[in-house]
Design a protein around this ligand. Structure first.
Ligand code: 5GP
Ligand code: MN
Length: 335
């Protein structure tokens, strides 16, 4: 029974077949944490595979060995085989089965121990051992803590350090939020270990195609609505926009943050029309919890100031729905 870091350490004293999984539409933290843990455990001699429900954005194709990830949407049989053969699971950067939906039916019946490393609010009770802290900046920060708990932070391979750095950067908006003195110390340590932070930033942020900048211009010029009475704003994208701007996975990342740059905006939404449903991303400043909005109205969740979800509604109805529920959450806003 794995119910502590010590029993896990003992379990890992034998070579294991390990599957690491993370959420659908993986972001920098999901990928960074999965690959960091993969490299760390592989170096200990385990057979480790990262199995993801859906593909990662092309702009992350430079992450160390990201091509080795098995993607369920691309190769269902391989994903199933790895999961069935696994003797240990790590769930990274998510805390409920609905975030890895198609994998649940293969993972849940496998009696192998399951470990969750995550920083989202309200985890489901689905694992044997949980290494979770909602005040952590990122799952990548928790991977650092996890390796530190094994007494191996000082001997961490630079590949592991690089991948940890990626998730910290992407989940804190380059150290804009969710930071702590402890986090900066850990990052200082990663720098001592040899990460090239300049190069990592360059790879994360300066790889845009022209169409991405044009899409941003389109969003700001034609798709932004502001509601000053609620200190709120939103950007939406239609199905046609997806075609016109050839929007691919990852291309809309970060657009919502432009609404948040407005001095008087405290809540922002980014609402996208998908083939069968409408996706929403939510951000807030200070005391307003968008996690509650995501959970109560959009079948989602996340963090207090950054959450997401979806509704089975057409775009116009989803926008109207958001505007209808918004006032309930803006009462707390102080002048
Ligand atoms: P983003 O808006 O960048 O996609 O996601 C922001 C945060 O909300 C992330 O922490 C992410 O895990 C969470 N999130 C986004 N979409 C969903 C969703 O559909 N369900 C849940 N539970 N969380 C989501
Ligand atoms: Mn995260």
């Amino acid at each position: 029974m794995i119910d502590s870091i010590n029993t896990l350490r003992e379990y890992l004293s034998e070579k294991r077949k390990i599957v690491i999984t993370s959420h659908r539409n993986p972001d920098g933290d999901a990928l960074g944490s999965s690959l960091a843990l993969m490299h760390y455990l592989q170096a200990k001699g385990h057979e480790v595979t990262v199995v993801l429900p859906s593909e990662y954005p092309d702009n992350f194709d430079w992450l160390h060995d990201v091509q080795s990830c098995v993607i369920y949407d691309v190769d269902k049989e391989a994903a199933k085989q790895h999961i069935e053969a696994a003797g240990l699971f790590f769930f990274l950067d998510f805390n409920s089965y609905d975030r890895i939906d198609p994998l649940k039916k293969f993972i849940e019946p496998n009696p192998a121990p399951k470990v969750m490393i995550d920083h989202h609010l309200h985890p489901d009770d689905i694992v044997d051992f949980s290494f979770c802290r909602t005040d952590a900046s990122s799952t990548c920060e928790l991977i650092y803590d996890f390796i530190d708990a094994f007494g191996e932070a000082d001997t961490m391979d630079v590949k592991v350090a690089d991948m940890i750095y990626v998730g910290v950067i992407t989940d804190t908006g380059s150290f804009s939020y969710s930071t702590s003195a402890a986090l900066y110390k850990k990052i200082g340590h990663l720098k001592d270990l040899g990460i090239d932070d300049y190069d990592l930033h360059d790879k994360i942020y300066n790889r845009m195609a022209i169409k991405n900048l044009q899409l941003l211009g389109h969003c700001l010029n034609n798709r932004m609505e502001l509601y000053p009475e609620f200190k709120a704003g939103l950007i939406y994208l239609t199905k046609e926009d997806y075609k016109t701007y050839d929007i691919q996975r990852g291309d809309t990342e970060g657009i919502i943050s432009y609404v948040m740059m407005l001095k008087d905006v405290k809540i922002a939404a980014f609402i996208r029309e998908q083939p069968t449903l409408t996706k929403i991303s939510l951000r807030s400043k200070g005391d307003i919890s968008v996690q509650e909005i995501a959970k109560n109205h959009f079948n989602g969740g996340g963090h207090k100031n950054a959450s997401g979800g979806m509704v089975y509604k057409k775009l116009d109805d989803a926008i109207a729905y958001f505007k209808r529920v918004l006032p309930r959450y803006t009462e707390k806003i102080k002048e």
